[in-house]
Design a protein. Structure first.
Length: 231
């Protein structure tokens, strides 16, 4: 949400002057222009933001509002390919904005990342420390599109650890929502190697993903996998 700046400024001015209130604001992703106008913190008792993707602006609002015991940001789970149904109010132009004909192209390679991947292959790329951090965006669209492309490959690439090596990104079970389901994940890559999960059994997935984890977490991951009856 950035254009047109004059409209965002005018809306903010009217809200500030109490000429407008109780506004439900639906948008995909905010920019500095929105943060400096209609998403100013002092206006959010009269403007209710419904966002399809969280940026730095929303994360800062959430951090401040949590400290005050308020809820000011309303996240709408979605994906790029679905957002046109929510946000488009006129026909798309001849250039085809928001079309995702990925699979129509040959040899497409998509590279996405994740905050966590569990031992079944499911990915969380949007939820962190109990809060919505970003959103699913177009990850699943590109994962599926690249895999469906003739000669294509879909890759999830991530560091094996977070928090300066204190936390494993490969986990027994995800802490947040599933951004990309296990059925759709193809290649997974960390600094310890790569694996193609397609056609692997649940037990084979566990053993392969444990090998991609940092060595200091592998024993615990195997123990949890046994406890969860994955192997």
């Amino acid at each position: 949400m950035a254009e047109p700046p004059a409209l965002l400024r005018a809306l903010a001015e009217r809200v500030e002057a109490s000429e407008l209130g109780d506004i439900q604001l639906y948008y995909f992703e905010s920019t500095k222009t929105a943060g400096d106008t209609i998403l100013r913190y002092e206006l959010l008792d009269r403007v209710k933001p419904y966002c399809l993707f969280l940026s730095r602006i929303e994360r800062e609002i959430i951090k401040r509002s949590d400290q005050e015991g308020r809820k000011l940001i309303y996240f709408v789970p979605s994906a790029f390919s679905q957002s046109v149904r929510y946000l488009t109010v006129s026909p798309m132009d001849e250039h085809g904005y928001f079309t995702f004909g990925i699979a129509k192209n040959d040899n497409v390679v998509s590279i996405n990342s994740a905050l966590q991947i569990d031992l079944t292959g499911a990915c969380n790329a949007e939820h962190l420390l109990g809060h919505q951090y970003s959103a699913s965006g177009g990850q699943l669209d590109f994962v599926r599109g690249a895999y469906a492309s003739r000669g294509g490959k879909s890759i999830i690439a991530l560091a094996s650890t977070a928090a300066h090596g204190k936390v494993s990104r490969i986990v027994p079970r995800l802490d947040g929502p599933v951004t990309t389901p296990r059925n759709d994940v193809q290649f997974v890559v960390t600094e310890f190697g790569s694996v193609d999960l397609k056609a692997k059994s649940s037990a084979e997935r566990v053993l392969a993903l444990v090998e991609l984890a940092h060595p200091k977490f592998r024993e615990d991951l195997l123990a949890e996998a046994k406890r969860l009856h994955l192997i």
